[in-house]
Design a protein around this ligand. Structure first.
Ligand code: ACO
Length: 406
């Protein structure tokens, strides 16, 4: 895994990286969007698979370097799970001044599922993971890596090892958490691809799971209407480069935008039981707890409709494809108006856009695998279909991947 850091160091010239890393890998870069003047990118892909799907006339200059990759990876199973407790817009209108009409017109959301006190996010994530493993026909002992993408872990030291244990993986595969809010699942996918291509991993379980309901201010109608809890998972499996189904990624972050969307430590919780030691000022430190989601909805909306289409276009270009090659557009399910605006900008017709946020709201890192799982199980997404997936959210973070199902 020593080479993995290189994928996440966009400031290092790619020529330097390419000379340092294994011949299984190739890094590359291309033009992309910049939000508030700052943008970064990570890219690792295999173009060979994508070339089969390219429209006539679409050239892939980047593909030559990428032919060095002789190990592909593909998506072989998905699963999801949602809590039983459902909260409708009408339920919310009883606790804040809002209405079903306002929420559905402004967001497309009608319902969401919320963890109750006796539920656990680890339990939900484990259920989603089990469903994905079952579809993939992969046994828990055949998993090499568990990636838990979440911003709401029940243990700040990480939840992935607990999921690994709950799944009954007796071989103790590597397990760790990834925190990137609503882009977390996309970051998990690129990490899985890098581990497979560069690290020789065979089966990687990527889970996106969040319980933002635990961090929502239920008196703030500007945010509490948006979020729900869920878990989704996929199994990424190693394959030959001919079968490769993860064509390209385009990832970014912008810490300056964090002021528009954050969930930071509160400053008002003093542990009164512990006094100062009288010698060192500011010690012991105050015990702090997380506050609630703080969001400037308009800014986040603007950021999403600007950056997401640019990111998808950049990923398509890296894959040597164009919009006409994709079967499905699968965006982070935040707001139907964002989904519609991005689809319009990319000229993707509504019947090729996956959307289920009416039933679940914004489930953060879970939203992409949850929507994928529903679409696969309902027969919409078929083996061989090309999906342009894009996540965006707090950080700010955003990114896209061009993937083939099955
Ligand atoms: N019910 C009724 N009225 C409301 C509600 C509500 N729930 N919320 C706000 N309003 C009112 C406001 O007070 C305002 O009233 P005013 O004109 O009298 O001042 C009016 O409606 C318009 O409010 P806006 O905030 O301008 O509404 P907007 O159209 O921007 O919609 C929303 C708000 C839905 C939050 C939208 O901005 C949005 O979806 N933003 C993107 C959020 C997002 O995608 N987040 C993703 C990342 S999440 C993550 O990473 C964790």
């Amino acid at each position: 895994m020593a080479a993995s850091y290189a994928f996440f160091s966009p400031s290092v010239p790619s020529s330097t990286l390419n000379s340092r890393i294994s011949p299984f890998l190739s890094l590359n870069g291309s033009g992309f969007c910049s939000y508030l003047g700052i943008s970064k990118r990570v890219f690792c892909s295999s173009i060979e698979g994508a070339e089969k799907h390219a429209a006539p006339g679409v050239s892939s200059t980047e593909s030559r370097a990428s032919r060095l990759i002789n190990r592909g990876c593909k998506l072989v199973g998905c699963g999801s799970a949602v809590p039983k407790l459902q909260i409708s817009n009408d339920d919310l209108s009883k606790i804040v001044e809002t209405s079903d009409e306002w929420i559905s017109a402004r967001t497309g959301i009608r319902n969401r599922h919320v963890l109750s006190v006796e539920d656990s996010l680890v339990g939900l994530a484990t259920e989603a993971a089990r469903n994905a493993l079952q579809m993939a026909n992969v046994e828990p002992d055949d998993i090499d890596l568990v990636l838990m993408c979440t911003s709401t872990p029940e243990d700040l030291f990480g939840s992935a090892p607990q999921i690994q244990r709950a799944l009954g993986c007796t071989r103790s595969p590597l397990s760790y958490d990834i925190t990137a809010a609503c882009s977390g699942f996309l970051m998990g996918l690129v990490s899985a691809a890098c581990h497979v291509r560069g690290g020789g991993f065979q089966n990687v379980l990527v889970i996106g799971a969040d319980a933002l309901s635990r961090f929502v201010d239920w008196t703030d109608r500007g945010t509490c209407i948006l979020f729900g809890d869920a878990a989704g998972a996929v199994v990424v499996q190693a394959c030959s480069s001919e079968e490769d189904g993860m064509f390209a990624f385009d990832l970014h972050s912008d810490g300056d935008g964090a002021r528009h969307l954050n969930l930071s430590l509160g400053h008002d919780k003093i542990d009164a039981a512990i006094g100062s030691n009288g010698a060192v000022t500011g010690f012991p430190p105050r015990r702090q707890s997380y506050s609630c989601i703080n969001m400037n909805g308009k800014e986040v909306f603007r950021f999403a409709v600007k950056c997401v289409p640019q990111s998808i276009e950049a990923a398509l270009q890296k894959a040597g494809l164009n919009g006409s090659n994709i079967d499905w557009l699968l965006l982070h399910q935040a707001n139907q108006r964002i989904i519609d605006a991005v689809a319009t900008r990319l000229k993707v017709p509504p019947e090729q856009v996956l959307s289920n946020l009416a039933h679940y709201g914004n489930t953060s890192a879970a939203s992409i695998p949850l929507a994928l799982d529903e679409a696969v199980r309902s027969g919409k997404v078929q083996p061989g279909h090309i999906i342009a997936a894009s996540g965006f959210g707090a950080g700010l973070t955003w990114g896209s991947s061009i993937i083939k199902w099955g």
